[in-house]
Design a protein around this ligand. Structure first.
Ligand code: LLP
Length: 427
């Protein structure tokens, strides 16, 4: 969070005061730091470069679901990023943002025909296929279009990511991917389809991982599978290890991105040297949170303070519809008063105006605040705005990207009339 700091007692994003942003754009407001985004992406890009890998040797495909604002996608695209998408909508966003469709990989368990068609029209790099019925459908759609679809199979390595159960995806009981034991058979089936070209292997075991050992364990299983495939004459051009590196919300100590990538490349290189005479294989990553998470805050204004016998509540103008993570995962986000060091701190639950008891954003926080003060929820850049809803007919927040002394409005605030514009009365 180094790009969000106090200057003269006021919290700033880079060199712009959050007070000034609230005055100009209103609240609730998502505020992102361009420098933080660049720094976080560079941790991946630099590690690839250090390992002597250009695009052909390593590709970072930013996971669009974590923050899909066009300005964010555009910036990352300019830095050379590819994109991991999970819907036709996300593909259209990448294209609208000027991203390179040839660097797009398409994940997700439920791809529809239209989405497949759209992705084939844009000639995306690869479909991460998650089941046999899916590859059969893709074969059909590609055939109708006179094309061949490049695929990798998402294998479920049955590795415990040791993270929140809702964001753990690599265990047998999860809906994702094909079981490790079935993968070989699935590959044989896929390789025999006329409109399918097998190019890769993929896995993603979960999100907010602090330790990389489960990821390296999954990598080892993927490596074994590539060997088994080679033995059958199925040649794998890339391996994709997914996303998942965690960030610091409170006092977590996540593995450094550069260290993790160095370990991945060391293992891959040693294996390729031993078995394939050093012939390289492209390695892909699908990071989301570790690129955008700490690059954003959610700015909100205190509406009312309610002091009760057993609890104090700070009612703010942001709610669970703006930042869903606390209600959904009991996620912890740091809360900072934008004005530093006021006297008279009290313990508050910070809650929103939505009519649900689950509408809380933070619990039991010591804050010195008054009505009208501003609060910033830290580390809200990932899975903040993208998970926002219109519950209670609340327009979604505006978004601002700060670059040094300049602030750019990158998404306007939604008006209530925008929210019912697609509806009609039956007459
Ligand atoms: N690749 C695939 C196939 C994924 O499903 C995900 C995230 C990623 C990459 C990116 O993972 P990351 O690097 O961000 O950990 N809403 C939850 C997180 C859900 C993650 C879903 N998949 C949250 O707010 O914590």
């Amino acid at each position: 969070m180094s790009h969000f700091s106090y200057r003269n007692g006021v919290l700033h994003a880079e060199q712009v005061s959050l007070q000034a942003l609230a005055a100009q754009f209103g609240t609730p407001l998502y505020v992102y730091s361009k420098a933080a985004l660049v720094e976080n992406f560079s941790a991946y890009a630099d590690a690839c470069r250090k390992a002597g890998r250009g695009d052909e040797g390593a590709l970072v495909c930013y996971s669009v679901k974590s923050n899909s604002n066009l300005a964010v996608l555009n910036l990352l695209g300019q830095l050379g990023s590819g994109f991991d998408i999970v819907s036709g909508g996300e593909l259209l966003r990448v294209v609208a943002a000027g991203g390179d469709a040839r660097k797009v990989i398409f994940s997700g368990v439920g791809k529809g025909r239209d989405e497949m068609k759209l992705a084939l029209e844009h000639d995306i790099l690869c479909f991460n296929v998650e089941s046999i019925p899916e590859v059969a459908r893709l074969n059909e759609v590609a055939g109708e279009m006179g094309k061949r679809a490049r695929i990798s199979l998402r294998v479920n390595p049955n590795v415990d990511a040791k993270t929140h159960p809702y964001i753990s995806t690599g265990l047998k009981e999860n809906k994702f991917g094909v079981a490790y034991e079935d993968a070989l058979n699935c590959y044989r089936t896929a390789a025999a389809l006329p409109n399918i070209e097998v190019v890769g292997i993929d896995c993603h075991i979960g999100s907010q991982l602090l330790d990389d050992s489960p990821l390296l364990e999954a990598l080892d299983k993927v490596i074994d599978m590539v060997d088994a495939l080679e033995a059958e004459g199925i040649h794998i051009h890339h391996l994709d290890i997914g996303g998942g590196i965690g960030i610091r919300y409170d006092d977590e100590q996540p593995v450094a991105v550069g260290d993790y990538l160095a370990r991945v490349f060391a293992r891959v290189d040693a294996w390729r040297k031993q078995k394939y005479g050093g012939r390289q294989i492209q390695v892909m990553f699908e990071p989301g949170r570790s690129i955008v998470g700490n690059a954003g805050v959610l700015l909100t204004e205190v509406q009312y303070l309610k002091h009760g016998e057993s609890k104090n509540f700070a009612v703010v103008d942001a709610a669970m519809n703006d930042l869903m993570r606390p209600a959904m995962y009991e996620a912890w986000h740091g809360v900072k008063a934008v004005k530093e060091d006021a006297a008279g701190a009290q313990v508050y639950d910070v809650v929103g105006p939505v009519c649900e008891s689950g509408d809380w954003l933070a619990r039991g926080r010591e804050l010195a605040i008054e009505q009208g003060d501003l609060l910033a929820f830290a580390s809200a850049g990932a899975y903040g705005m993208t998970m926002a809803s219109n519950y209670n007919t609340r327009g979604r927040a505006a978004e601002v990207l700060v670059d040094g002394v300049r602030a750019h409005l990158i998404r306007k605030r939604e008006n209530p009339s925008d929210l019912f514009a697609l509806e009609s009365i039956v007459s």
